[in-house]
Ligand binder design. Structure first.
Ligand SMILES: [Fe+2]
Length: 232
């Protein structure tokens, strides 16, 4: 299995995928699926956790089974555009240059395009989560500066799950944070995030389901202790 994963990842790295050329994106989505099929560790550590936590939040908000299923899939694919970003930028431990930050900030638009090329419709939850998971409820996010309920629900939910996961995870540039501290930062803010960035109803769902969210995030996977990808 490890050899299959290494092979799939190597093909992914060498595929002709560029943030300026979407012709390789169908290759990217196929390889992304291949990597996911042969590994429940590397990708599961981030994308899988964000998917599962999004599902918990969606269920708490009253979504039906079909909607929760689509949401879990959508949230699990939300960062697919990062496959077009050079690994040396994603794994950088020091501060990003403005150019590198711009490169990273292309991943929502690129990710949505990958999924559209793979056959998803523009209104599908997966495309909406990929494109809009860095929008902020107060309108200060990107790529489109949407605010409030202009931001599709799948993206608003994914955004909360994504930040929770990012705070808790070990990254090349940050230490992991425990559940209570992560929750406090999301609900009260710090120098990275503000509560106004999130839909208050989804924050209430996070608070109500915090024990389950913690349990799911802390379920052992072999990759939760290793550095994951840059979050911007
Ligand atoms: Fe992202």
């Amino acid at each position: 299995m490890r050899r299959s994963l290494a092979k799939a990842q190597s093909r992914l790295n060498t595929a002709s995928i560029s943030p300026h050329d979407t012709s390789g994106f169908d290759v990217a989505v196929a390889l992304f699926s291949a990597v996911r099929q042969v590994s429940d560790e590397v990708l599961h550590a981030h994308e899988g956790k964000v998917g599962e936590i999004s599902g918990i939040l969606g269920a708490a908000l009253g979504l039906d089974v079909e909607e929760v299923t689509a949401l879990i899939q959508a949230a699990s694919l939300h960062d697919i555009g990062k496959f077009a970003i050079p690994a040396k930028i994603l794994g950088k431990t020091g501060p990003l240059t403005p150019e590198e930050l711009l490169e990273i900030q292309r991943h929502p638009v690129n990710g949505a395009q990958i999924l559209i090329n793979a056959g998803y419709g523009p209104d599908d939850a997966a495309v909406q989560a990929a494109r809009h998971h860095h929008e902020k409820f107060d309108g200060s996010g990107y790529p489109d500066g949407l605010s409030g309920t202009e931001i599709p629900l799948a993206a608003r939910i994914t955004a909360v799950a994504d930040v929770y996961d990012a705070l808790r995870a070990l990254r090349p540039y940050k230490k992991p944070i425990d559940h209570k501290t992560a929750l406090k930062i999301i609900l009260e803010g710090d120098d990275r995030t503000r509560p106004e960035h999130f839909d208050p109803e989804i924050l209430a769902a996070l608070l109500a389901q915090q024990a389950l969210v913690q349990a799911v995030w802390e379920e052992p996977t072999t990759a939760t202790a290793r550095p994951s990808r840059r979050q911007n």
